[in-house]
Design a protein around this ligand. Structure first.
Ligand code: SF4
Ligand code: SF4
Length: 245
């Protein structure tokens, strides 16, 4: 995203709309008047400032994004459809529709690591650090996930070199693991957290037991995580088409 220097009046109306605080005021060349500029290294190309339509002089304009910068828009702008998954947004649909897809089977856990948040964002070098750590702990990456498409080696989790310094609002690593290896994987995720220059939240998914028990819950607690009781329930959106094996 760019701001037209000739049109900008420096009113700062756009500043609070930036999802990562990338818009700043600077002195106009040769004078004391202020204009706003977008820090191109920090801008995640989410498009919010432009879509908000708040600039009184129409000074904010999008530019065509070329690779590798285009990866910012794919992971930050919810209206951009990922060309490989065909899905708008950063994740895959399977995690929310497991009763239909049956991807996460009994005895297995689905794990999602959501790196970055509005105001913070994430560089892909942090995604790379976490992905390589969980791969070493035996996790298998979800093949249709947008982050998995960026790996040069799905066995090691290595992310392609040319995007490591690119920044996005957030990126979700999705993987699966056998339930008896989950505690170790969670310990590895916890030990990797201080190496990152961003925040992340962790999602754990499993099939609910016959008596309503959630197998992942005590394992997460044992590994030092305090699961929050919030839930997101998709009721009646899909038929339970997946058969128990
Ligand atoms: S809203 Fe428009 S005119 Fe005002 S500071 Fe932002 S870009 Fe400049
Ligand atoms: S596109 Fe998004 S990150 Fe970039 S300046 Fe606009 S609001 Fe900020």
């Amino acid at each position: 995203m760019q701001i037209d220097k000739e049109k900008c009046t420096g009113c700062e109306a756009c500043h609070p709309y930036c999802t990562v605080g990338a818009i700043h005021s600077v002195k106009k060349r040769g004078g004391e008047d202020l204009i706003s500029i977008i820090d191109q290294d920090e801008c995640v190309e989410c498009g919010v400032c432009h879509r908000a339509n708040i600039c009184p002089t129409d000074a904010i304009y999008p530019v065509e994004l070329k690779w590798p910068r285009s990866v910012r828009g794919v992971f930050s702008d919810p209206l951009t459809v990922h060309k490989d998954t065909g899905i708008a947004g950063r994740g895959t649909e399977e995690m929310k529709t497991n009763d239909v897809t049956g991807r996460i089977r009994r005895g297995h856990a689905g794990v999602a690591i959501e790196l970055g948040r509005p105001g913070v964002g994430t560089r892909f070098k942090d995604v790379d650090i976490m992905a390589q750590a969980v791969a070493k702990a035996g996790a298998a990456f979800e093949p249709k996930n947008p982050v998995t498409f960026l790996m040069v080696d799905k066995a090691t989790g290595k992310i392609r070199e040319d995007i490591l310094n690119e920044k996005a609002l957030s990126a979700i690593i999705e993987c699966g693991i056998e339930m008896d290896k989950l505690e170790n994987l969670l310990s590895v995720i916890k030990a990797t957290a201080p190496k990152l220059d961003t925040v992340f939240s962790l999602d754990l998914i499993c099939k609910v037991g016959e008596k309503g028990e959630i197998e992942t819950l005590p394992i997460a607690q044992k590994a030092g995580f305090t699961p929050r009781p919030n839930t997101k329930n998709n009721i009646g959106f899909g038929r339970p088409l997946a058969k128990e094996e």
